[in-house]
Design a protein around this ligand. Sequence first.
Ligand code: KIV
Ligand code: ZN
Length: 554
Amino acid sequence: MSTDKLIIFDTTLRDGEQSPGVTLNTDEKIEIAKTLSRLGVDVLEAGFPIASVGDFEAVQRIANEVGPLMEGREEIGHPMTICGLARSTPGDIKRCAEAIASAPRKRIHVFLATSDLHLKYKLKIDREECIERAVAAVTLARSFVDDVEFSPEDAGRSDPDFLCQVLGKVIEAGATTLNIPDTVGYNMPEEYGNLIKYLVQNTPGSEKAIFSTHCHNDLGLATANTLAGISNGARQVEVTINGIGERAGNTAMEEVVMAIHTHPKFFPVHHTINTTMIYRTSQMVSSLSGMMVQPNKAIVGRNAFLHESGIHQDGVLKNRQTYEIITPETVGVTDINLVLGKHSGRNAFRERCKELGFGGISDDDFQVAFDDFKALCDKKKNVNDADILAILSNQISSNATSAFYTLVSTQVVGGAASTSMASVKLFDVKAEKEIGDAAVGVNGPVDAIFEAIQRSVGRRFRLTKFDISAVGEGSDALGKAEIQVMVDPTSIDTKAPQDERLAKAAFAASIADVDIITAAAKAYLGAINKQLEWESELAAGTARSIGEERKVDV
Ligand code: KIV
Ligand code: ZN
């Protein structure tokens, strides 16, 4: 049976970045965008350029540096369209067009709410004006690019006949993709599927456009709704890695892709995602965004391929298919253990990096990763893929978060019944010299380290998140620390608009290390570096929007 191509539209860097607490800096966004391009994503929504100068610059850099990445390199991926989001206003659309201009393939995504609720209370306009604004927006967007997507926001609660009217008019104005957002995650699968079918059948000119799904997960139905959309005619899905996104999140790409993979006869579509890169992409997004993947998360959770009960283990040993519908290898979860000595293994390590999707790292980064790998071989008996991925993620994270300070060394003294004391040495990158200090921790060694770091950099921060998890199994597993900090509110004493922004901003970083205290110290410093980087953007008037600032009024 020949099937239609399903367009995978990834919005990890736009809707995903709207997750509470997620703040990616531009370098981190570039790394994620490159990985998504290699994964086989068709369209990447790189951001919302009007939100701030920083958001604009991030989209522009992705268009420049990642847009052309896969041109002519079909063997390892395929060219990705770079998309920017815009409200249906001329200012937004022009700014978006400017941000994506240098991408070889570009799309403008305009949106306007269509539900009576949003029209009456939010936009305070009637249906007629809604159609006029939508048509004007699409017409203007088409004057910049050939590829224009229109989203009737809150479509899931809009009148289907009014939707047909709006969509018919925007198709006439040149929209090429019609995205149908269940913005508040309200729909049931059958209801959403029927809506897509109704719109495909009743929108004038619908054969000229691609229908797309965009489902939020407030009722835990985002994947089910997206699949219902595909069964009823949608040929694009809007998804994020690990399902991150506003509130309860968006549809998880890995779930949709693997549902299609395991049911090839059920869905009349095919996709070009390289499934073996799913796990590492998930790990990377989790590390850089600071959003942990829940252990029982479908496809990419730590427990997704573990069989705990004796009956299941017995069955899997006899025939894996008894309790396994997907092999771990299909999504890139392998249990290959590389056991390499200190003096061997550069080529084997490079090979494994390539197989894990990091073939493109620079020679300098490779050297640092290889040194870390050798150091780990000294401390750990078996170095497996999870460890290598952690080393490579550390590398990306350190590159993106070491603009101000790097950790030179730590020393901690403490015990169950005694007060902990720590001293740290940092390298001050701007001043090009070592600094350091010591401190006592009221709440144990990690507290002491954080205190010593604050004293060293001469600033106070509030810790808003601190999670520790093991990478892999066993007592020699690496420990991963995920940290989020904000500036200490008591250290802000004026009420200038800048300070109001500062008081709401939070920054996350995560690092894995054999020594959990070192991991915590490095992650803490990484988050502080992101905070300081943003503060200098703030001073220059180019700060990216963060947290609730992204919810630009519509
Ligand atoms: O959920 C939503 O409605 C959106 C639109 C901007 C597409 O994210
Ligand atoms: Zn959304």
